[in-house]
Ligand binder design. Structure first.
Ligand code: ASP
Ligand code: MG
Length: 581
């Protein structure tokens, strides 16, 4: 019999009315002939309230006791939900994480799931009852209660769907799914019927948070189709699955991270290990950063500056500067991996609005630019428009719909899953070497609107396909732009950019005739921080200099000298052997 997992978040169980409404949804699903597992979060803002209470007692509550405390929120919800179902004349059994057998490691307040028992849930389901599982919690090997980190009920839901081989995992929330961008910022944002795991992960990382990212990684790993939908209506939501909605469209969504800060270290000596000196100091302050463009959240600025000051001194770099008033605008789409001209279209559209691009970073399915905060909403509107995101893609097949519409893929994975240890471990599925490119750098490009557009349009007009682009801030009022092109096009590209440089009044391009791009891709790269750091330090240790870096949710790319390519590949394979599949 088919199994449907239905997860109800805090707002969907905020009061008794809402609990009853959720109970009715589950009963309706059961009546359609499915077995139903509900996963519930704590009511409303209950978890926040418990955190506040703890803080009233002490500034530094023990993590173990925090978990003991926070897990009570979900325990309240599951009991009330079971009562609601009973009151409607149906059968249900509430279960805590421990009662189900959700085993985690012992890192309290951010535990990772290691394994899940299915026997007890199956027995309850086979007896015709609804299982009501407490989200967000588990138990370690010494029977201590653990929690999975804030928002962790999504992860519980997807994990249960994975081990049970459920047909779908429905996430009920206060929005009716995923939009092409935040509808509160842009009213023309369009609801999307379907989005791929990778696109959702990338969008979540650049500011479009609908679900806990970790749960999407999980869904991807075990091929669980996820349906995000509204608790308060029956309209179809968004299916998060392996394939994108419209593969021929380059972009599926755009997002804005408003409060970013940019820190630039000037004159960093170009030698192995320079980047790792800066990054490890910043990471030690627990500041997350976007490695390529090196921008950090504005709130983290003071801590970052301290770390950067130390690193600057240690490296003998010239100095550093920062800007706390910038925003990051990103576009994401699987289609751009196979299409050319996406980046220059974006740059041109921004240039036409007079918007200056401070930094650029591209990866396989994402392009991010940094702009000043005052023009950020306009920049978002501009990119949303240029990629036609407000209109429904023509090739759209029926996605979403009422109930599960995706084929059941999870079952096969499930048997394997139930037995494997470390469900949430980092998994590297590919380390690749591509030694077919060359790198070109234009330094000291005058920093004004339209420059990036001009550079990449002229290169495209020359019939040259650009792969990775990194634009960083150079000296006062100038930018440095590096990019890779196929090696066969290098001479042509040098001629083109030399001519362009003289017109722009900047120095002639420099290049590296043969570079190698190394990509490490996998699942869990976002939640297991330190993949990039491990890459940099293992390369630095053997004296390999990193020329360019670009990171995304599912991949870290570095560009090194081609002569070092094979050696770098061997070093990385060795570094990640323990987690490679
Ligand atoms: N109640 C927990 C939280 O608020 C878990 C969840 O809602 O997913 O973070
Ligand atoms: Mg919550």
């Amino acid at each position: 019999m088919s199994i449907i997992v239905q997860k109800f978040g805090g707002t969907s169980v905020a009061d008794s009315e809402k609990i009853l409404a959720a109970a009715r949804k589950a009963i309706r699903t059961q009546k359609k002939g499915h077995q139903v597992v509900m996963v519930v979060s704590a009511m409303g803002k209950n978890t926040d309230e418990l955190v506040r209470l703890a803080r009233e007692i002490t500034e530094e509550p023990a993590a173990r006791e925090m978990d003991m405390l926070l897990s009570t929120g979900e325990q309240v919800s599951v009991a009330l939900m079971a009562m609601a179902i009973h009151s409607l004349g149906h059968q249900a059994v509430s279960l805590t994480g421990a009662q189900i057998g959700i085993k985690t490691d012992s890192s309290h307040t951010k535990a990772r799931i290691q394994s899940i028992e299915t026997d007890r849930m199956r027995a309850v389901l086979d007896a015709g009852k609804i299982v009501i599982a407490a989200g967000f919690q588990g138990i370690d090997e010494d029977f201590n209660i653990t929690t999975l980190g804030r928002g962790g009920s999504d992860t519980t839901a997807v994990a249960l769907a994975a081990v049970l081989g459920a047909d779908a995992c429905e996430i009920y929330t206060d929005v009716d799914g995923v939009y092409t961008t935040d509808p509160r910022v842009l009213p023309e944002a369009r609801h999307v019927a379907r989005i791929s795991y990778d696109e959702m992960l990338e969008l979540a990382s650049v500011g479009a948070g609908v679900m806990h990212s970790r749960s999407i990684e999980f869904a991807k790993r075990f091929s669980v189709p996820v349906h995000v939908r509204s608790s308060f209506s029956d309209t179809p939501g968004t299916m998060i699955v392996a394939d994108p909605e419209a593969p021929d469209q380059p972009v599926c969504g755009a997002a804005m991270l408003k409060n970013e800060a940019r820190v630039t270290v000037l004159g960093v000596p170009d030698r192995p290990g320079a980047a790792i000196t800066v990054f490890s100091k910043i990471a030690a302050m627990n500041v997350t950063m976007d490695m390529i463009v090196q921008n950090v959240g504005a709130d983290d600025l003071p801590a970052t500056l301290k770390a950067v000051e130390d690193a600057t001194r240690e490296l003998g770099a010239e100095g550093f500067n920062c800007d706390g008033e910038v925003s990051k605008i990103s576009v994401v789409g699987m289609g751009m991996a196979t299409q050319t001209g996406v980046a220059d279209r974006m740059f041109r559209a921004l240039a036409e609005k007079g918007i200056n691009i401070l930094m650029i970073s591209t990866s396989q399915i994402k392009i991010s630019v940094l702009v000043t905060r005052d023009v950020a909403p306009e920049a978002l509107r501009t990119v949303h428009e240029i990629f036609g995101l407000e209109t429904e893609p023509a090739s759209l097949e029926a996605g979403g719909g009422d109930g599960p519409t995706e084929p059941h893929q999870a079952a096969a994975a499930a048997n394997a899953v139930a037995s494997i240890q470390g469900m949430e471990d980092l998994v590297i599925d590919e380390i690749t070497l591509d030694a077919s490119d060359a790198r070109i750098t234009l330094a000291g490009v005058p920093d004004r609107p339209g420059l990036a557009a001009r550079v990449f349009e002229e290169i495209a007009a020359g019939g040259i396909v650009v792969d990775m682009i990194v634009q960083s801030i150079g000296w006062e009022g100038h930018a440095n732009i590096s990019f890779t092109v196929p090696r066969k096009d290098l001479d042509k590209c040098i001629a083109l950019t030399t001519e362009l440089a003289s017109r722009l009044g900047c120095s002639a391009p420099t290049s590296s005739a043969a570079v190698a791009k190394l990509s490490v891709s996998g699942i869990g790269m976002r939640s297991h921080t330190g993949v990039a750091r491990r890459m940099f330090s293992s390369l630095a240790e053997v004296g390999i200099n990193v020329e360019m870096i670009s990171t995304s949710e599912v991949r870290v790319n570095v560009v090194v000298d081609a002569a070092q390519g094979e050696k770098a590949l061997a070093v990385l394979k060795k570094e990640f052997t323990d987690v490679t599949v």
